[in-house]
Design a binder for this molecule. Structure first.
Ligand SMILES: NC(=O)c1ccc[n+]([C@@H]2O[C@H](COP(=O)([O-])OP(=O)(O)OC[C@H]3O[C@@H](n4cnc5c(N)ncnc54)[C@H](OP(=O)(O)O)[C@@H]3O)[C@@H](O)[C@H]2O)c1
Length: 259
Protein backbone atom coordinates (compact mmCIF):
# COMPACT_ATOMS: atom_id res chain seq x y z
CA UNK A 1 0.00 0.00 0.00
CA UNK A 2 1.37 3.40 -1.00
CA UNK A 3 -0.23 6.52 0.46
CA UNK A 4 -1.25 8.82 -2.38
CA UNK A 5 -1.88 11.76 -0.08
CA UNK A 6 -1.46 12.24 3.65
CA UNK A 7 -3.40 14.84 5.62
CA UNK A 8 -2.48 15.93 9.13
CA UNK A 9 -5.17 17.73 11.13
CA UNK A 10 -3.14 19.81 13.58
CA UNK A 11 -0.16 19.40 11.26
CA UNK A 12 1.50 22.59 12.47
CA UNK A 13 1.64 21.62 16.16
CA UNK A 14 4.57 20.11 18.07
CA UNK A 15 3.98 16.49 17.04
CA UNK A 16 2.15 17.10 13.76
CA UNK A 17 4.79 19.43 12.31
CA UNK A 18 7.61 17.20 13.60
CA UNK A 19 6.10 14.21 11.83
CA UNK A 20 5.41 16.22 8.66
CA UNK A 21 9.01 17.49 8.49
CA UNK A 22 10.39 14.00 9.03
CA UNK A 23 8.13 12.48 6.33
CA UNK A 24 9.39 15.07 3.84
CA UNK A 25 13.05 14.73 4.87
CA UNK A 26 12.90 10.92 4.66
CA UNK A 27 11.24 11.07 1.24
CA UNK A 28 8.15 9.21 2.42
CA UNK A 29 6.03 11.82 0.72
CA UNK A 30 6.50 14.87 -1.46
CA UNK A 31 5.19 18.30 -0.46
CA UNK A 32 2.50 18.29 -3.13
CA UNK A 33 0.90 15.17 -1.54
CA UNK A 34 1.05 16.46 2.02
CA UNK A 35 -1.84 18.49 3.43
CA UNK A 36 -1.92 20.15 6.84
CA UNK A 37 -4.66 21.97 8.67
CA UNK A 38 -4.95 24.32 11.60
CA UNK A 39 -7.16 27.21 12.75
CA UNK A 40 -4.59 29.99 13.00
CA UNK A 41 -3.20 29.94 9.45
CA UNK A 42 0.43 29.76 10.67
CA UNK A 43 2.33 27.62 8.18
CA UNK A 44 5.86 26.54 9.19
CA UNK A 45 6.12 24.15 6.21
CA UNK A 46 5.05 26.52 3.44
CA UNK A 47 8.50 26.50 1.82
CA UNK A 48 8.42 22.69 1.71
CA UNK A 49 5.41 22.76 -0.64
CA UNK A 50 2.88 21.26 1.77
CA UNK A 51 -0.62 22.65 1.43
CA UNK A 52 -2.26 24.31 4.44
CA UNK A 53 -6.04 24.24 4.78
CA UNK A 54 -8.45 25.72 7.29
CA UNK A 55 -11.23 23.29 6.32
CA UNK A 56 -10.66 19.87 7.90
CA UNK A 57 -13.32 18.18 5.75
CA UNK A 58 -11.53 19.25 2.56
CA UNK A 59 -8.31 17.82 4.03
CA UNK A 60 -10.06 14.52 4.74
CA UNK A 61 -11.65 14.39 1.28
CA UNK A 62 -8.32 14.73 -0.54
CA UNK A 63 -6.27 12.47 1.78
CA UNK A 64 -5.90 8.70 1.71
CA UNK A 65 -4.47 8.67 5.23
CA UNK A 66 -5.71 11.17 7.81
CA UNK A 67 -3.54 11.81 10.88
CA UNK A 68 -5.23 13.40 13.91
CA UNK A 69 -2.70 15.51 15.81
CA UNK A 70 -4.89 17.94 17.71
CA UNK A 71 -5.08 17.97 21.50
CA UNK A 72 -7.64 15.52 22.95
CA UNK A 73 -9.95 18.31 24.09
CA UNK A 74 -9.93 19.76 20.56
CA UNK A 75 -11.13 16.53 18.95
CA UNK A 76 -14.89 16.94 19.43
CA UNK A 77 -14.86 20.26 17.57
CA UNK A 78 -13.41 18.66 14.40
CA UNK A 79 -16.70 17.37 13.05
CA UNK A 80 -15.28 15.42 10.09
CA UNK A 81 -16.63 12.58 7.98
CA UNK A 82 -13.74 10.22 7.27
CA UNK A 83 -15.86 7.30 6.02
CA UNK A 84 -13.75 4.75 4.21
CA UNK A 85 -10.48 6.38 5.28
CA UNK A 86 -7.54 5.15 7.30
CA UNK A 87 -7.27 7.43 10.34
CA UNK A 88 -4.17 7.48 12.54
CA UNK A 89 -4.72 9.23 15.85
CA UNK A 90 -1.81 10.53 17.92
CA UNK A 91 -4.18 11.73 20.64
CA UNK A 92 -3.78 10.45 24.18
CA UNK A 93 -6.90 9.18 25.91
CA UNK A 94 -9.32 9.21 22.97
CA UNK A 95 -10.44 5.65 22.23
CA UNK A 96 -10.58 4.03 18.80
CA UNK A 97 -14.29 3.52 19.35
CA UNK A 98 -14.84 7.25 19.99
CA UNK A 99 -12.75 8.15 16.93
CA UNK A 100 -14.59 5.65 14.73
CA UNK A 101 -18.00 6.82 15.98
CA UNK A 102 -17.20 10.51 15.49
CA UNK A 103 -15.48 10.23 12.10
CA UNK A 104 -16.93 7.11 10.44
CA UNK A 105 -13.36 5.99 9.62
CA UNK A 106 -13.18 2.40 8.38
CA UNK A 107 -9.82 1.78 10.05
CA UNK A 108 -8.59 3.56 13.16
CA UNK A 109 -4.99 3.32 14.31
CA UNK A 110 -3.99 4.69 17.69
CA UNK A 111 -0.30 5.58 17.78
CA UNK A 112 1.48 7.04 20.79
CA UNK A 113 4.70 8.86 19.93
CA UNK A 114 6.47 11.27 22.25
CA UNK A 115 8.22 14.62 22.15
CA UNK A 116 11.42 12.96 20.87
CA UNK A 117 9.72 13.18 17.47
CA UNK A 118 11.60 16.49 17.37
CA UNK A 119 14.95 14.63 17.24
CA UNK A 120 13.44 11.62 15.44
CA UNK A 121 14.02 9.31 18.35
CA UNK A 122 10.47 8.61 19.42
CA UNK A 123 9.44 5.06 20.25
CA UNK A 124 5.89 4.86 18.88
CA UNK A 125 3.70 1.89 19.85
CA UNK A 126 0.51 1.59 17.78
CA UNK A 127 -2.64 -0.47 17.80
CA UNK A 128 -5.37 -1.36 15.35
CA UNK A 129 -8.30 -3.62 16.19
CA UNK A 130 -8.88 -4.48 12.50
CA UNK A 131 -7.08 -7.16 10.52
CA UNK A 132 -4.53 -5.34 8.37
CA UNK A 133 -2.92 -6.44 5.14
CA UNK A 134 0.86 -6.85 5.23
CA UNK A 135 1.18 -3.83 2.92
CA UNK A 136 -0.90 -1.69 5.31
CA UNK A 137 1.26 -2.71 8.28
CA UNK A 138 4.37 -1.90 6.27
CA UNK A 139 2.93 1.49 5.29
CA UNK A 140 2.09 2.41 8.93
CA UNK A 141 5.49 1.22 10.16
CA UNK A 142 7.30 3.25 7.50
CA UNK A 143 5.29 6.35 8.33
CA UNK A 144 5.94 6.11 12.09
CA UNK A 145 9.58 5.08 11.62
CA UNK A 146 10.23 8.47 10.03
CA UNK A 147 10.46 9.75 13.61
CA UNK A 148 12.19 6.81 15.30
CA UNK A 149 11.11 3.25 15.99
CA UNK A 150 7.59 1.79 16.05
CA UNK A 151 5.91 -1.46 17.09
CA UNK A 152 2.36 -2.73 16.87
CA UNK A 153 0.85 -3.75 20.23
CA UNK A 154 -1.98 -6.25 20.60
CA UNK A 155 -4.36 -4.30 22.87
CA UNK A 156 -5.62 -0.73 23.03
CA UNK A 157 -5.10 -0.82 26.80
CA UNK A 158 -1.36 -1.16 26.12
CA UNK A 159 -1.52 2.17 24.28
CA UNK A 160 -3.09 3.80 27.37
CA UNK A 161 -0.45 2.28 29.64
CA UNK A 162 2.39 3.23 27.28
CA UNK A 163 0.99 6.78 27.05
CA UNK A 164 2.20 7.11 30.65
CA UNK A 165 5.52 5.36 29.92
CA UNK A 166 7.08 6.17 26.56
CA UNK A 167 4.43 8.79 25.67
CA UNK A 168 5.80 10.97 28.46
CA UNK A 169 9.05 11.27 26.52
CA UNK A 170 11.62 13.27 28.47
CA UNK A 171 9.36 13.91 31.50
CA UNK A 172 10.78 11.29 33.90
CA UNK A 173 14.33 12.14 32.89
CA UNK A 174 13.63 15.86 33.36
CA UNK A 175 12.21 15.18 36.83
CA UNK A 176 15.29 13.13 37.75
CA UNK A 177 17.60 15.84 36.44
CA UNK A 178 15.91 18.61 38.40
CA UNK A 179 15.80 16.47 41.57
CA UNK A 180 19.53 15.70 41.31
CA UNK A 181 20.31 19.37 40.71
CA UNK A 182 18.20 20.68 43.59
CA UNK A 183 19.47 18.09 46.05
CA UNK A 184 23.08 18.85 45.12
CA UNK A 185 22.46 22.57 45.65
CA UNK A 186 20.86 21.78 49.04
CA UNK A 187 23.98 19.81 49.90
CA UNK A 188 26.15 22.86 49.20
CA UNK A 189 27.24 22.33 45.58
CA UNK A 190 27.10 25.48 43.45
CA UNK A 191 24.10 25.60 41.09
CA UNK A 192 26.25 25.72 37.96
CA UNK A 193 28.23 22.62 38.96
CA UNK A 194 25.08 20.84 40.17
CA UNK A 195 23.40 21.39 36.77
CA UNK A 196 26.46 20.15 34.87
CA UNK A 197 26.73 17.06 37.10
CA UNK A 198 23.04 16.19 36.76
CA UNK A 199 23.12 16.71 33.01
CA UNK A 200 26.20 14.48 32.86
CA UNK A 201 24.20 11.69 34.49
CA UNK A 202 20.84 12.00 32.70
CA UNK A 203 21.82 13.22 29.23
CA UNK A 204 25.40 12.10 28.70
CA UNK A 205 26.24 9.00 30.74
CA UNK A 206 22.81 7.44 30.20
CA UNK A 207 23.60 7.17 26.48
CA UNK A 208 25.72 4.16 27.46
CA UNK A 209 22.45 2.33 27.97
CA UNK A 210 21.94 2.33 24.21
CA UNK A 211 24.81 -0.17 24.12
CA UNK A 212 24.53 -1.94 27.48
CA UNK A 213 21.91 -4.06 29.16
CA UNK A 214 20.59 -1.96 32.10
CA UNK A 215 20.41 -4.83 34.60
CA UNK A 216 23.95 -5.93 33.71
CA UNK A 217 25.07 -2.32 34.14
CA UNK A 218 23.45 -2.15 37.61
CA UNK A 219 24.95 -5.49 38.61
CA UNK A 220 28.45 -4.49 37.55
CA UNK A 221 28.25 -1.13 39.36
CA UNK A 222 26.80 -2.68 42.53
CA UNK A 223 29.60 -5.26 42.47
CA UNK A 224 32.07 -2.48 43.35
CA UNK A 225 30.31 -2.27 46.74
CA UNK A 226 31.16 1.40 46.88
CA UNK A 227 29.54 4.78 46.30
CA UNK A 228 27.17 3.75 43.51
CA UNK A 229 26.05 0.61 45.32
CA UNK A 230 25.18 2.63 48.44
CA UNK A 231 23.19 5.21 46.45
CA UNK A 232 21.29 2.59 44.47
CA UNK A 233 20.54 0.47 47.55
CA UNK A 234 19.05 3.53 49.25
CA UNK A 235 16.67 4.02 46.31
CA UNK A 236 15.79 0.33 46.15
CA UNK A 237 15.09 0.20 49.92
CA UNK A 238 12.81 3.24 49.57
CA UNK A 239 10.67 1.33 47.05
CA UNK A 240 11.81 3.10 43.89
CA UNK A 241 10.44 0.47 41.50
CA UNK A 242 7.03 0.31 43.18
CA UNK A 243 6.85 4.10 43.14
CA UNK A 244 7.53 4.07 39.38
CA UNK A 245 4.79 1.47 39.01
CA UNK A 246 2.34 3.75 40.84
CA UNK A 247 3.38 6.72 38.69
CA UNK A 248 2.74 4.74 35.50
CA UNK A 249 -0.63 3.50 36.76
CA UNK A 250 -1.63 7.08 37.69
CA UNK A 251 -0.85 8.28 34.16
CA UNK A 252 -2.49 5.25 32.55
CA UNK A 253 -5.65 5.81 34.61
CA UNK A 254 -5.98 9.29 33.09
CA UNK A 255 -5.42 7.90 29.59
CA UNK A 256 -7.97 5.12 30.17
CA UNK A 257 -10.52 7.53 31.60
CA UNK A 258 -10.38 9.76 28.54
CA UNK A 259 -9.26 13.36 28.60
N1 LIG B 1 3.51 16.57 22.88
C1 LIG B 1 3.76 15.35 23.33
O1 LIG B 1 4.79 15.04 23.94
C2 LIG B 1 2.76 14.24 23.04
C3 LIG B 1 3.10 12.90 23.33
C4 LIG B 1 2.21 11.89 22.98
C5 LIG B 1 0.99 12.21 22.38
N2 LIG B 1 0.68 13.51 22.15
C6 LIG B 1 -0.61 13.82 21.53
O2 LIG B 1 -0.39 14.52 20.31
C7 LIG B 1 -1.47 15.43 20.07
C8 LIG B 1 -0.89 16.76 19.64
O3 LIG B 1 -0.08 17.26 20.69
P1 LIG B 1 0.90 18.50 20.44
O4 LIG B 1 1.78 18.55 21.64
O5 LIG B 1 1.50 18.42 19.09
O6 LIG B 1 -0.16 19.71 20.52
P2 LIG B 1 -0.04 21.17 19.86
O7 LIG B 1 1.38 21.57 19.68
O8 LIG B 1 -0.93 22.05 20.67
O9 LIG B 1 -0.68 20.97 18.41
C9 LIG B 1 -2.07 20.94 18.19
C10 LIG B 1 -2.30 21.45 16.79
O10 LIG B 1 -3.68 21.32 16.48
C11 LIG B 1 -4.11 22.49 15.78
N3 LIG B 1 -5.56 22.54 15.95
C12 LIG B 1 -6.28 22.72 17.07
N4 LIG B 1 -7.60 22.69 16.80
C13 LIG B 1 -7.72 22.48 15.46
C14 LIG B 1 -8.82 22.34 14.58
N5 LIG B 1 -10.09 22.43 15.00
N6 LIG B 1 -8.56 22.10 13.29
C15 LIG B 1 -7.30 22.03 12.81
N7 LIG B 1 -6.19 22.14 13.60
C16 LIG B 1 -6.42 22.38 14.91
C17 LIG B 1 -3.32 23.61 16.42
O11 LIG B 1 -3.13 24.73 15.57
P3 LIG B 1 -4.05 26.04 15.69
O12 LIG B 1 -4.01 26.46 17.14
O13 LIG B 1 -3.40 27.01 14.74
O14 LIG B 1 -5.39 25.60 15.27
C18 LIG B 1 -1.95 22.91 16.57
O15 LIG B 1 -1.21 23.03 15.37
C19 LIG B 1 -2.27 15.48 21.38
O16 LIG B 1 -3.51 14.86 21.19
C20 LIG B 1 -1.46 14.73 22.40
O17 LIG B 1 -2.26 13.94 23.28
C21 LIG B 1 1.53 14.53 22.44
Amino acid sequence: MRAEAIGIIGGTGWLGAGLARAMLDRGLITGDRLVLSNRSGSHPLAERGAQLLADNQVLVDISDIVILSVRPEQFTALNIDASGKLVISLMAGVTSQAIGAATGASTVIRAMPNAAIEIRQSFTPWHCANELAATEIQCIQRLLECVGTASRVSTEDAIDYLSALSGTGPAFAALLMTALTRQAVKAGISEDIARQAAKGVVVSASQLLARHDPQAMINSLVAYKGVTAAALQSLIDAGFEDQMGRALQAGAAVARGGM
